[in-house]
Design a protein around this ligand. Structure first.
Ligand code: PLP
Length: 416
């Protein structure tokens, strides 16, 4: 069975770029994230090709996956980066990104983050409030920078068709500035002499169910931009959807690309895709610890949890479960749960799965985006390793944390 071009069953074993996933976790243990770099390159070139009519420059959204090998791979194929903290800028630079290829977004940037971004010379700052504009201007003056490129983030007052936690463009959202406020600022550039306010940014949400909200927001953005000839760059944010359910395919990008091209012809266009570049390149592999039949239910208790993959608990997100060894037994309605002390720690609810037994290994699919970056040490669980696969070999890109790693930053930690 082919799940995607990189992750598929071969001779009843789940493989990633032709390497048996079980052979990897036999060495690195579970839980473990495993990513295909080939799949990420492929996703990047497919997205670039689909968006060719728009001539968009893609800035990968580091919040989706901050692994240094993943970032380096994307940099090598020509991606820029969308960062939302000083930490993400540091990561992108460390992976070899040029500062000018970084856009710095975020609803609450601290002065020290702005100082870092301006000092390193990031390409764009996407600004979201007036206090921030004043800070950037003052910091630029202090750093003797004549001008810093700023894209004002528009809150287009459009509600995206997605999970409410992933919608960011409605009027009540904390994100962006109203059209009126942006207008006032563009009409009075002398307020911020060091800011080169020649861009407008928007991002209506993530995992968008359709492109209606994007186009509605873009129309509002363009109505604003047309009054200000100094606006040359439009950043559309991210949000392209992926298919989390087996058998589903994400909608073709061709109609959206044609609409964007028609509207955006005179502008330089930036996009900030995250999920669509990396989600299907990664799996989280877990080991079955116990099977418990109770209250008419079958609980499969695995060694991964909401601490390693929070999406099911946070958004009710669906991740397919694939046993690493394919079996053909009659399926059982199963609750796949983790060891964390929260009733929300359910990785898959009411799933029809082949019977699983302690020692069996399973993969949680589509875990390459918002998996490891959202992982925590909750319940004092060390974060899992990240393994990357490329060119017929694999390596541990980030090792498993140890229980000592988690205490090392505490002043009263005593090594035994
Ligand atoms: C401003 C901004 N840009 C880009 C992204 C990436 O979105 P996605 O991973 O859906 O492409 C996000 C996600 O939250 C975002 O907030």
């Amino acid at each position: 069975m082919v799940i995607n071009s990189s992750i598929r069953y071969q001779r009843e074993r789940l493989t990633i770029d032709d390497i048996d996933l079980e052979s990897i976790v036999n060495e690195v243990g579970t839980p473990a994230y495993v990513y295909s770099l080939a799949r990420i390159r492929d996703n990047f070139s497919c997205l670039n090709a689909a968006l060719a009519p728009v001539h968009a420059r893609l800035h990968f959204s580091v919040k989706a996956n901050g692994n240094l090998d993943v970032l380096r791979t994307l940099k090598e194929v020509g991606a820029g980066f969308d960062c939302v903290s000083g930490g993400e800028i540091f990561r992108a630079l460390n992976a070899g990104a040029a500062a000018k290829d970084i856009v710095f977004a975020g609803v609450g940037k601290t002065c020290s983050e702005i100082e870092y971004a301006v000092g390193r010379g990031v390409g764009w700052i996407n600004a979201e409030n007036l206090g921030e504009l004043a800070h950037i201007d003052a910091i630029a003056a202090e750093a003797d920078r004549q001008s810093v490129k700023v894209a004002l983030r528009l809150n287009p007052q459009v509600t995206a068709n997605t999970h409410p936690y992933m919608a960011t463009g409605h009027g009540a959202a904390k994100f962006g500035l109203t059209s009126d406020v942006i207008r006032q600022n563009l009409n009075a550039p002398e307020r911020y002499p060091r800011l080169d306010m020649t861009g407008i940014h928007m991002h209506v949400g993530s995992q968008l169910g359709d492109s209606k909200s994007t186009l509605a927001a873009l129309d509002k953005l363009l109505a604003l931009a047309r009054d200000f000839p100094q606006i040359k760059t439009i950043n559309l944010g991210g949000g392209l959807p992926v298919a989390y359910h087996l058998g589903e395919t994400p909608p073709s990008l061709a109609p959206l690309a044609a609409e964007l091209a028609r509207r955006l012809n005179p502008y330089t266009v930036l996009l900030e895709p995250g999920r669509s570049l990396v989600a299907d390149a990664g799996v989280l592999v877990a080991d079955v610890l116990y099977v418990k039949r109770q209250a008419g239910q079958t609980f499969v208790i695995v060694d991964a949890s909401m601490a390693e993959l929070i999406r099911p608990a946070l958004y009710g997100a669906h991740h397919e479960i694939m046993p690493l060894r394919k079996t053909n037994g009659e399926t059982v309605t199963t609750q796949v749960v983790g060891p964390v002390c929260e009733s929300a720690d359910v990785l898959a609810r009411d799933r029809d799965l082949p019977p699983l037994a302690p020692g069996d290994k399973i993969a949680l699919m589509m875990a390459g985006a918002y998996g490891m970056t959202m992982a925590s040490n909750y319940n004092a669980r060390p974060r899992p390793p990240e393994v990357v696969v490329d060119g017929g070999r694999w390596w541990v890109s980030r090792r498993r944390e140890t229980i000592e790693d988690m205490l090392i930053v505490e002043a009263s930690f005593r090594r035994s």
